[in-house]
Design a protein. Sequence first.
Lengths: 95, 471
Amino acid sequence: MISPKEVQHIAKLARIELTDRELIQFQKELAGVLAYFEILQEVNVSSVAPMTHSVLLENVYRSDEFKAKTDDIAQKLLQMAPETKNGYLKVKQIL
Amino acid sequence: MDEFTIRQLHEKLKNKEFSAQEIVESFLKNIEQKDANLHAFITPTRELALAQAKEIDEKIARGEKVSPLAGVPCAVKDSILVDGVRCTAGSKILENYIAPYDATVTQKLRTEGVLFVGKTNLDEFNMGASTENSAFGVTKNPYDETRVAGGSSGGSAASVAANEALVALGADTGGSIRLPAAFCGVVGLKPTYGTVSRHGLIAMASSLDQIGPIAKTAEDAETVFETICGRDAFDATSLAYQYESLSDFDVKNLRIGVAKEFFGEGLMPQIAELVKAAIKKLEDAGATVQEISLPHAKYALAAYYIINTSEVSANLARFDGIRYGKSASRGQNLLDVYLQTRGEYLGAEVKRRIMLGTYALSAGYYDAYYLKAQKVRTLLQQDFTAAFTDVDVIMGPPSPFLPFKIGERTEDPLTMYLVDLYTVPVNLVGLPALSLPIGYTQGLPVGLQIIGKPLQENLLFAIAKDLEKLA
């Protein structure tokens, strides 16, 4: 069964901060769903290839050209960002 | 006004029996009267619909031809972009997000003169089967307001059932069109993967997601599907595909497969009876019916939730508090922004799925979960391919039970996942499937699911139209 420590680790990998209450709740719920997944152990897949897509597609190419949907699309996209400066997205200090 | 089909509306509009404005006002009035209770819409777009109607009326006044979809009031699931309109995906994190462009499907409908009446409620980022996971409240079932409308496209299905829109767009990842269509007594199509562009659909699970129509009749759903399908340069997975209606369909040549796995334990007996009665009608009309088997169907749900959550964990990484949406930036460094934004503004089911997927894809677990699920998917496809050598379509119920009470299944996530039992196999394999209403029990609608071979939407619509006549 998945431990609270593992849930904490997964939450960090997933970049989600959990409250103590959430941690307890999610540990119980994730354990339940993971236990349900065990049903797949019944299936023998030793000579089966995995399926990544339901439709067989050839490689799809396009020319590497900049195409703006509208003239103001860049500005519109930037307006939806929480913080910008001089036309760039602003992020907190990394180092 | 709301009793007409698209074709009838078009005739009356063309003959100037009434105007696009009169049409849309009739539907907007229904929204005004009903939606405070029903809550099918997150963002009604009254002004947009009226402006679009005005354009149509001016065109007609100038003597110009208008398309068959002109003046048709349409609701759009709030995970599909409509340029300039708020698009929340049912999430707090996108509460103030304004769509910077049209999705390809909305662009196509806009060009045809469709009137957008509003953005409909859904489970947050399409994750759920009841719209109870919406950050903006639950959509109620038009047949019984103590019950759910189904999900995740619950608002779209409810809006059509309640005559708040004539047609609607939904998106189906594991049943999100077919289930609410069945719960609300309307027609819903999950098209073959790749037939409809997903450009401008907020992605949940990219190998499973597909946009499709919801309408009151099979003919109306067909008209919308015909308009939105086809290759799109903005979606590399879209297929070069042109829809053609079946003109020579004869039910006498139809071979129906009934999968015994879709009539197992847990299926409500009254639903089984109604579904069998509908199949019997087709049999009486000349179709042949035989039992088929999909031996791996019982593993589909587990495989589906591994694949779904894995893709979710990757797709939702973009909601990081930097590029769009809300940001919680109390912290000092970038990692704090990520952790706090996602901790604060994502809902419980979304967090659960991101974590399940992160776990399934993490080192040491990848083979046991994700790779195994992808192999089971292959086996399921082989099951369907084998079945389709003997039959043209497979029929069964879209849901094992009737619309459930609000709150009845929210306690344990697994009980909500089980709602998807009969709908997810289709998404794993990419097949088209249609749900249409076939009757009522306890005053609640019951649907029939018809599953077809890839790209045979036209057969599904032909059968559905026949069944509507036989009803």
